[in-house]
Design a protein around this ligand. Structure first.
Ligand SMILES: [Zn+2]
Length: 228
């Protein structure tokens, strides 16, 4: 998509969607009340609002390479600030970490040595915040082929990041009192479907297709899959 194409898109957005949703945008100009923090990869093939069919104002989205949450540190970082704001200022009660199939960051994690020369910053990012995933996968799944390893790494990375989320005092406290739920999802590029981690059986399984038409999708997710 060229810049010309983007500008054409801006014009189309304004004359079509914006004009037909003026009431929504007027309301949003006074503030936001999203109920979900959606953390996913920067990968261009994922569109959180598209796959959840949500409107502006409904998802507080944080994205980075590999949908990674550094563990809590007293010195600030972007992810920590975003989490604090989402929980404390917006009062968000559901946090989703959504990985995806064919994730380049996970491929990099499995061959991390190859990143040192060309992408030292990506190397550092993965090394610091996804090392436990890398080690778990390589030490426990030696016999798997590369496709299986990538799938397992993607799943385990999402679970690692959920654990990292739990190191934040603001999340730990609200988990204790049952005021917040954490959800681990994997978006599958080929099928456009989402797998959710089911703690009861310790595996990712598809969200029920029959649950898709239910207006409150997240409420259905809660009942289908025990949260953490
Ligand atoms: Zn990715």
């Amino acid at each position: 998509m060229s810049m010309t194409g983007l500008v054409r898109g801006l014009n189309q957005f304004h004359s079509n969607y914006f004009n037909s949703h003026q009431e929504l945008f007027e309301k949003l100009s006074h503030g936001q009340t999203p109920e979900v923090l959606f953390i996913t990869c920067s990968d261009s093939r994922i569109d959180p609002c598209l796959i959840t069919q949500t409107q502006p104002g409904e998802l507080f989205v944080m994205r980075n390479v590999g949908n990674i949450i550094p563990t809590f540190r007293v010195d600030s970082n972007s992810e920590g600030a975003g989490i604090e704001y989402a929980i404390c200022a917006l009062g968000i009660k559901d946090v989703i970490v959504c990985g995806h199939s064919h994730c380049g960051a996970m491929k990099g994690l499995l061959q991390i040595g190859s990143l040192t020369e060309e992408m030292p910053l990506v190397y550092d990012w993965l090394r610091h915040h996804a090392e436990s995933t890398r080690r778990l996968v390589l030490e426990n799944y030696r016999d798997c082929d590369s496709q299986e390893l990538l799938k397992i790494a993607t799943e385990q990375n999402v679970l690692t990041q959920i654990e990292n989320l739990e190191t934040y005092p603001v999340i730990r406290s609200r988990l204790h009192s049952g005021q917040i739920s954490l959800h681990a999802w994997i978006y599958d590029l080929e099928t456009g479907t989402v797998l959710a981690y089911n703690a009861a059986v310790n595996q990712f399984s598809p969200l029920e297709k029959t649950s898709f038409p239910v207006p409150d999708l997240l409420a259905q997710v809660h009942s289908d899959h025990a949260s953490f």
